[in-house]
Design a protein around this ligand. Structure first.
Ligand SMILES: Nc1ncnc2c1ncn2[C@@H]1O[C@H](COP(=O)(O)OP(=O)(O)OP(=O)(O)O)[C@@H](O)[C@H]1O
Ligand SMILES: [Mg+2]
Length: 332
């Protein structure tokens, strides 16, 4: 069976006046059937832009998208070239085949429509159901995502629901038509820590039940460990490391991945001080000349400052963009 998503050399450039911002610079990503893939990296490294490009939710101008390959394979085996789809074709694909949930559910719920009306619309619009039948399905979906007293909740407006319940509604909307791919962009960062685990568990359960593939966008390595089979580490618009979740988290090869891991304090460890990666992610219009991580890297050499390292294959499915990317580096 073909990969659900296949992206080769994706580039996204924003143009504002005479300024060009290269937000995504030649990214390769593939997601297999039923696979759970994470993109991890700090703020501003291009995670959201990549996921929005997949959904074709970036408007041109200012965003310009190019790729050597950019295909989505739907449940019936049809291969869709996402770059060539019309907006109406994308409307059908979104929701029915590829759905997305975002960090802040409030912005995606209509404040003047009840929760029930908004869920009903999915079934009326996509499955052409009559209102009563649609409502029955909405209530059923609300039960599936663990909303207590769904009949009562269906009559309420978004402001009457907590953040966690709103995110459950969004998950219900996104997964009600059993899409083949679910993209979740930081779906728990706006929520209380105690609710986060419940929402992650719900996303996992929905993916398993509906046999959906998952693209999880996060800066949180705990979420990666919990939710992903395979991981892409992204920095300054480029993939710097790729591997299985155990390879990436237990045997990182790129100094950036290692630094990300080192900044997470263990629960049982007594934290003397927070470990930080020095400096900030450079703005896309001001990236270093050589390796983009060179100005923050503890292992940087003259070569790193001069020339961008290529993404090289270490072993099957394992890639790293560093001249010195081996575990021996950490001994130095
Ligand atoms: N509409 C836009 N116009 C110009 N630049 C943009 C636009 N949208 C995003 N960018 C730039 O693209 C880069 C990548 O942004 P993106 O939102 O993908 O980061 P991210 O990895 O999702 O970060 P975060 O963790 O903060 O969500 C950023 O430097 C951002 O300033
Ligand atoms: Mg983002």
């Amino acid at each position: 069976m073909a990969d659900v998503l296949n992206i080769k050399n994706l580039k996204v450039i924003f143009r504002t006046g005479e300024t060009f911002v290269r937000a995504v610079e030649g990214v390769d990503i593939r997601i297999g059937e039923g696979e759970r893939v994470a993109i991890v990296g700090e703020s501003g490294c291009g995670k959201s832009v990549t996921s929005l490009a997949c959904m074709r939710l970036l408007t041109t101008p200012p965003a310009y998208i190019a790729a050597d390959e950019f295909t989505f394979t739907s449940s019936d085996g049809t291969v869709h070239n996402l770059l060539e789809k019309s907006e109406s074709e994308m409307l059908a694909l979104r929701a029915e085949e590829m759905a997305m949930i975002f960090q802040d559910p409030s912005t995606f719920l209509n404040p003047v429509m009840t929760i029930g009306e908004q869920l009903d619309e999915v079934f009326v619009y996509h499955l052409h159901m009559k209102p009563k039948e649609a409502r029955r399905h909405s209530i059923e979906m609300m039960k599936k995502v663990g909303i207590p007293d769904p009949e009562m909740r269906a009559e309420q407006y978004p402001h009457e629901l907590s953040g966690g319940l709103k995110q459950r509604i969004l998950i219900a909307m996104a997964t009600s038509l059993s899409p083949r791919l679910l993209i979740a962009d930081e779906p728990t960062t706006a929520l209380d820590v105690t609710i986060q685990a419940q929402i992650l568990a719900l996303i996992s359960e929905r993916c398993e039940k509906e046999k959906m593939s998952l693209l999880m966008i996060t800066h949180d390595l705990g979420v990666v460990r919990e939710m992903a089979d395979r991981v892409y580490v992204m920095y300054c618009g480029k993939i710097v490391e790729e591997g299985t979740v155990d390879e990436i988290l237990d045997h990182p090869l790129h100094p950036y991945t290692k630094a990300l891991i080192d900044t997470v304090p263990g629960v049982e460890e007594k934290v003397e001080r927070f470990v930080q990666i020095p400096h900030n992610v450079p703005h896309p219009s001001n990236k270093p000349q050589g390796c983009y991580f060179s100005n923050r890297c503890a292992y940087c050499t003259e070569l790193c400052k001069k020339k961008q390292p290529p993404l090289v294959s270490k072993e099957s499915g394992r890639y790293v963009r560093c001249y010195y990317g081996t575990e021996e580096l950490w001994e130095k």
